[in-house]
Design a protein around this ligand. Structure first.
Ligand code: FAD
Length: 415
């Protein structure tokens, strides 16, 4: 693509979902503007292609802005206003009007009906092309220089210089993308990984890989960081929705602890130690001859997990409900409501990966996404110090902030 050497109305730096959505939203507001997207890689929207295990989890079916914002460990407060203007309803409608129907799965995650992320990538690229956006790959921006005419000179790694009236920085959460924002005077919250599994090697979990517990409560020891929900035992430790959420909310704490910290587990969060002890005593009072290891009176835990916890509580295999001692039941109630494991490291979650950290949110006006320090420069997507839990929230941040930036840029150029 031969780039316009004169003056663009807008140059978008970064060919990811936030950049594409920003460019498209700007032209949907004012189709006369000249816009170019610069992407340093050889592929456009590469993370969209890799996302959601190749299916692209586009957004999450939560349509109440304040509720939606609660899914962002970083950025929750800042996103509340933007979500009243562009939220999952708008995302779903936008893709459907472009001929890409979406479907909502039981757990609330939204995917293209095609179950292929290529559909989303193709839709964004085609829409941008139809709107006459210049798109240039293998075009890395090395520097941005504000000029005296209140526009900007952009220098590419190829030596090409481009002039533009406005800039949308949408370079993503990779720390390599931060120097451009820093060069414009912005401060950066240090990047650390979010959304990962926990490496835990403990005899309690040995041989149980593949088992899932539908409702457990987990807490990072010595902190108030807690989550409740399904957990999954894996070959290397623990995964599942509750673990991923805890990794996101605890991203900074876990990083500071070098991913080595205690994990407290309540396997039956409907109970505390005392209420569970009472429940177990009630079972004992029935004086039945069933072996403890074969009957979970709460009928909640998978059989193998229950059996393993009975062993770990030191209760012999042949113990029956009518022979078990109060002491043994007390030990069992303690273990079931407060198992202590130790996280030895950070595992991988291949379906989605994000970093927390990025451009300091106080330096951005969330009504327009314009920089408060460098007028004419706008931000969108993961470059900001915003990240969501898994479930489509990270793309929703890209759609919302990209859309608002695009609209605001068009308005400012039309004034
Ligand atoms: C494997 C994987 C799966 C995921 N799955 C999901 C999912 O299913 N649902 C979900 O909500 N989120 C998912 N995410 C997170 C989601 O992909 C990101 O939050 C989202 O892509 C962020 O969009 P963005 O446009 O801000 O940044 P990016 O997608 O990172 O795009 C930024 C672009 O800017 C380019 N760039 C950077 N610096 C320069 C420069 N100097 N010059 C020119 N170009 C530059 C980069 O090459 C990149 O293409 C996943 C992430 C990964 C890694």
């Amino acid at each position: 693509m031969k780039l316009n050497q004169n003056l663009y109305d807008l140059v978008v730096i970064g060919g990811g979902p936030a950049g594409f959505f920003g460019a498209i939203s700007c032209l949907e507001k004012n189709s006369n503007l000249s816009i170019c997207i610069l992407e340093r890689g050889h592929q456009l929207l590469s993370k969209v292609l890799a996302s959601g295990g190749g299916r692209c989890n586009v957004t999450y079916a939560c349509f109440e802005p304040a509720q939606l914002a609660l899914n962002y460990p970083r950025g929750s407060k800042a996103l509340r206003g933007p979500f009243t203007r562009f939220q999952p309803h708008d995302t779903i409608r936008w893709f459907e009007t472009k001929g890409v129907p979406l479907k909502t799965e039981k757990d609330g995650r939204v995917f293209p009906v095609s179950d292929s992320s290529k559909t989303i990538q193709a839709c964004l690229v085609q829409t941008a092309k139809d709107l006459d956006v210049d798109i240039s790959i293998q075009s890395e921006v090395n520097s941005i220089q504000p000029t005296q005419n209140q526009d900007f000179n952009i220098l590419l790694n190829t030596g090409t210089e481009i002039r533009t009236r406005k800039i949308l920085l949408a370079t993503g959460g990779n720390p390599q993308s931060f120097p451009l924002a820093e060069g414009l005077g912005h401060s950066i919250q240090p990047p650390v990984p979010s959304l990962f599994t926990f490496d835990i090697h403990d005899p309690l979990l040995e041989g149980l890989s593949g088992l899932s517990v539908q409702d457990a409560e987990i807490q990072l020891a010595g902190t108030k960081l807690k989550q409740r929900g399904p957990i999954l035992i894996t070959h290397w430790g623990l995964s599942g929705p509750a673990i991923l959420k805890l990794s996101a909310w605890g991203a900074r704490t876990l990083y500071e602890k070098k991913y080595q910290i205690g994990l407290l587990l309540n396997w039956l969060p409907a109970y505390n130690q005392d209420s569970l002890f009472q429940r177990l005593l009630k079972e004992k009072d029935l004086a039945n001859h069933h072996q403890i290891k074969t009957t979970d009176p709460t009928q909640t835990l998978p059989r193998r997990m229950w059996k393993r916890l009975i062993e770990a509580a030191g209760i012999p295999d042949d113990t029956t409900w009518n022979t078990v001692s109060r002491n043994q039941l007390n030990t069992l109630a303690t273990l079931l409501t407060r198992t202590e494991l130790f996280i030895q490291g950070k595992g991988e979650f291949k379906e989605e990966f994000v970093t927390c950290g990025g451009v300091n949110l106080k330096e951005v006006n969330f009504k327009t996404m314009e920089s408060k320090l460098c007028p004419g420069v706008y931000f969108a997507g993961e470059l900001l110090d915003i990240d969501g839990i898994t479930g489509g929230f990270n793309f929703q941040n890209a759609w919302t902030t990209g859309w608002i930036a695009g609209q605001a840029i068009a308005e400012s150029l039309t004034e």
